[in-house]
Design a binder for this molecule. Sequence first.
Ligand SMILES: Cc1ncc(COP(=O)(O)O)c(C=O)c1O
Length: 481
Amino acid sequence: MERPTPLSAHRLAVIIDSWDTGSGPAYRRLADRIRAAVMDGRIPTGTRLPSERTLAEATGLSRTTTARAYETLRETGLARTRHGSGTVVEVPLGAAGSTSMLGRPAGEDGLALTAAATEAPEGFARLVEHALRSLPAVLATDGYLPDGLPFLRERLAARFAAQGLPTDPEQIVVTTGAQSALSLLIAVLVRPGDRVMVESCGYPHAFDMLTRAGARLVPLPLGETPWPLDDVARIAPAVQTALIVADHHNPTGALMSSQDRRAVARTLSNAGVTTIVDETLRDVSIGGAPVPEPYAVHDPRAIVIGSAAKSLWGGLRIGWIRAPRSLVPRLVQERMLRDLGTAALDQLVVATALERGEIMPEGRAADLRRRRDALIAAVEDRLPDWRLSRPDGGLSVWATLPEAVSSALSIAAQEEGLTLTPGPRFFPTHPALGERHLRLPLVLPPERVEEAVSRLARAWARLGSGHALAPGDPDAVDLIA
Ligand SMILES: Cc1ncc(COP(=O)(O)O)c(C=O)c1O
């Protein structure tokens, strides 16, 4: 049987910080908080929760309250007490797909504003048909392609070159999505105890992978942009590695300016920091500002990750790495321990899309723009106190709430049949800072947005007033970090 991973009472208290919002008995509110953190992936299944006593000490709650909260988790099938192993989080089998931002809608008419991913765009089937015309070239290989389909590597290299980054196809490794690219790079580059600069807020699965690898996350605080230059300069000398999402940053949608690219790249490369630039959302431009030159133009040693998941379709599971030549053999060796290669037919589809200039198919930008505008209009109408970003790209709108209640709102929304990812999920080391935020992905077509936002507004109304707590105050948060 798998051994449970312990979670300290201190860490759990940070994860569920500001638990004491909303109404109802304290034990239920505590159980709701823990349940929300389990369902959005902050507390992975197989985690051993701290003892009732230590949690009571860390939160200032009574032992009876923590005991009843754990009992509630057990009753709802989210935890089990094993003899000798304490209370262990266990997600029921049918709910396993919803333990992350992939959160599936609850119930039959449930809606989810969780994953930043859409259904395949119109015309996708036609693209697959075109791809099949080149099938003989793929069938002539043995199908095991540890560095990628040559056809695709050539097209990716040509594309980088056209963007100002001369690239040899040998510098490209095709991966099973950007997720797998990140995981490979972390395995090869990051050692336990390494310090890694990350954006805060940022992409949570990257935080989870880095933490799992034993890295220590050093967050860039969220300023006017996710990359305040003074903080980059302060942190750079203290880290070995940096992870940056400069294009349509997830979750804020921010685009790093050309000037900032130059400045950040100079600071990090002068400090000898190995930089990973995640361009997963680069191609998802939906109108407005033109996307500046790739970050790596200013730091050619930066390692670039890309993906077809957001521009084309997540179901393809195609990503890639552009790395200095010297790193490629290590990456390929590492991936031989994992998946031996990426599905050849999926690679063919992406190669065909690139050949036809359809990595962001015609019509997709206009469709996403309609989704964005409908979402913003509905929220502005129903929730006029909220502040919203108006991103020029990416797959989500970033909301700033007038009160620090994102987790409580997500719990209330679930009751209304709407699954949300609470803001704290996007803040790696100080989750309570996320209580003022909510990511609203552009996943619903305009005709369904209205219903989702009515549910959101009903959940907001349920919270009533007077529930905001201190966590919006960064000083208070620092004390518990
Ligand atoms: C910044 C970022 N990196 C990586 C990924 C994972 O992408 P993929 O689906 O290609 O694995 C995502 C998905 O949302 C993302 O937003």
